[in-house]
Write a protein that binds this ligand. Structure first.
Ligand code: SAM
Length: 240
C-alpha cells in the first residue's frame, strides 16, 4: 500500500549502494524455478518518487513489529529470525541473486510467511519507508571495502547511519557485526560521533559474545575459522 510522502522521501542525490556483485554461479534448476516463481510474489514493489511504503501493509497479517536486514547474504540469519519471531514482519534486502535464491529455499523449506524481499540496494527501500516505522534493523558482516579509495562504498558511515536512524523508531535496536578490524574501527568512530545512536555495550562480553538470539551465518563461521572473530554491536536509536 502506498501512503503519504515521507518527510525525507528518496532523494536522487543520495548515494546509491549497488556496488557488490549481482550474480555468481549459474543457479541450479530448482533455485532458478524458485527465483522465477516465488520472488515475484514476495518482492517489495517500491512506490514512485515522493510516495512512501507502509511496511505493515506488505505482509499477509498484521505484524506486531517490522524488522529489516540489509545485505542478508545467504539468508540464514533472517530466516532464523523469521522462524523464531512469527509475529514479526521482516524486510530482507540483498543485491546478490544467488543469495536471494538461497533465502527463497529457506522460505520454502521452513514454510515462512513473514519475509518480504527487496532485490536491489537496500537503501532504496529504506528511503521509501516512513519515519520511525521500523522496530529493529540488521547490517551483519557488511562488505568492509578495505581499500581507502573504496571506503565511500561502506554501508555504515555518517550518511548510512542517518538514513537508518530516520526509519528506526525511538529506542529501536540497530545490530551490526564485522570480522574486519579496520571496518570495526571505522564504524565505532562514526557511531560515537552520531547524535542518533547510543552504543549500549558496558563490558567486553557485550560485544565479543554473540547474543543467544543472534544466529551465526556461514560467513561468520568461515571468518572465525580463518582467525577473524566477530564483533557484535548493538546500538539503540536515541529519542528524537
Ligand atoms: C559480506 S556479505 C555478508 C552477508 C550476510 N550478512 C552474512 O553475515 O552472511 C555482504 C552482503 O551484503 C550485500 N550488499 C551489499 N550492499 C548492499 C546493499 N546496498 N543492499 C543490499 N545488499 C547489499 C552483498 O551482496 C553481500 O551479500
Amino acid at each position: 500500500m502506498i501512503c503519504a510522502p515521507p518527510s525525507t522521501a528518496a532523494d536522487p542525490a543520495r548515494r546509491s549502494h549497488s556496488y557488490g556483485r549481482k550474480r555468481g554461479r549459474k543457479l541450479r534448476v530448482g533455485r532458478l524455478k524458485l527465483f522465477q516463481s516465488r520472488l515475484p510474489e514476495l518482492a517489495i514493489a517500491l512506490p514512485g518518487a515522493g510516495r512512501s511504503l507502509d511496511p505493515r501493509s506488505i505482509f499477509p497479517f498484521a505484524p506486531s513489529s517490522v524488522w529489516l536486514e540489509i545485505g542478508f547474504g545467504a539468508g540464514e540469519h533472517i530466516a532464523w529470525q523469521a522462524a523464531a519471531n512469527p509475529g514479526v514482519g521482516l524486510i530482507a534486502c540483498e543485491v546478490y541473486e544467488n543469495g536471494i535464491a538461497s533465502l527463497l529455499a529457506h522460505i520454502e523449506r521452513e514454510g515462512l510467511v513473514n519475509i518480504r524481499i527487496q532485490h536491489g540496494d537496500g537503501f532504496e527501500v529504506i528511503d521509501a519507508l516512513p519515519e520511525a516505522s521500523i522496530d529493529r534493523a540488521f547490517a551483519l558482516f557488511a562488505d568492509p571495502w578495505p581499500k581507502a579509495r573504496h571506503h565511500k562504498r561502506r554501508l555504515i558511515d555518517e550518511e548510512g547511519l542517518v538514513r537508518l536512524s530516520r526509519i528506526l523508531r525511538d529506542g529501536a535496536e540497530l545490530r551490526l557485526a564485522t570480522d574486519h578490524v579496520g571496518y570495526l574501527r571505522w564504524m565505532l568512530e562514526h557511531i560515537l560521533r552520531s547524535p542518533h545512536f547510543e552504543w549500549t555495550a558496558r563490558t567486553p562480553a557485550d560485544f565479543r559474545e554473540r547474543p543467544a538470539d543472534w544466529p551465526a551465518t556461514r560467513f561468520e563461521s568461515k571468518a572465525a575459522g580463518q582467525g577473524r572473530p566477530a564483533t557484535y554491536l548493538r546500538l539503540t536509536r536515541r529519542p528524537r
